[in-house]
Design a protein around this ligand. Sequence first.
Ligand SMILES: N[C@@H](CCC(=O)N[C@@H](CS)C(=O)NCC(=O)O)C(=O)O
Length: 226
Amino acid sequence: MNNAAPDRYTLYGAPGSGAVPVHAALTLIGAQVEAVDVAPWENEAERERMAAINPMRQVPALVLPSGEVMTESAAMLIWLGDRYPEAQLCPAADDPLRAQYLRWMVYVPAAIYSMFWVHDVPSRLAPDPAAQQALIARTAARIAECWHLMDRELQGTTPYLLGENIGMLDLYVAVVSRWTPGRARFYREAPRLGEVVRRVDAEPRLARFWATRYPFTGEEATSQDL
Ligand SMILES: N[C@@H](CCC(=O)N[C@@H](CS)C(=O)NCC(=O)O)C(=O)O
């Protein structure tokens, strides 16, 4: 038995943010987490609170036990997966599923998560209100299309996306799929992924975590924008 004190992390984020899959992973790992709630998507003041920690003025940001600050949700999940192999949250470097794992762990932030920077504040790219409406609709449609493509292409296994154990990719998809265009549309576009995220929602080791850090309100089921 390992009697060492759990590693301590500080995680900047907020309920419903990209910090949630990282916090869920740390929960499964058994690390100690101090959560600092900041919601930069809400307003300029919240973005400014992040400026000294992350020059992108975004969450999540993770302070590692060494004191180093890490940004980028996928990088955090990959780093934590490798640091705690005993938690079995990712395929090891020599596992045949490692390439699939890295492919989709990068796809989620590159193809999908990045769309929200535009979708949530479309005036960043379009000053004209009509163009902003178009950006909102098109980014939401693009996100739906990307989920559909992932559902078709992921050479998955069951019951989780990469095999027997719940892992980083499952946690990531379970959270990001609750954002626009919402779970109802997600289930239609990505039925295979849909089965897995329902399993992740029901993971007994995360029941308390989901209830406190990202409770289901019914809102995530609605098909916003589409
Ligand atoms: N590439 C970053 C994206 C982070 C991100 O977009 N975070 C959102 C919250 S979920 C945010 O802080 N948005 C405020 C903004 O971009 O101004 C990551 O994967 O961690």
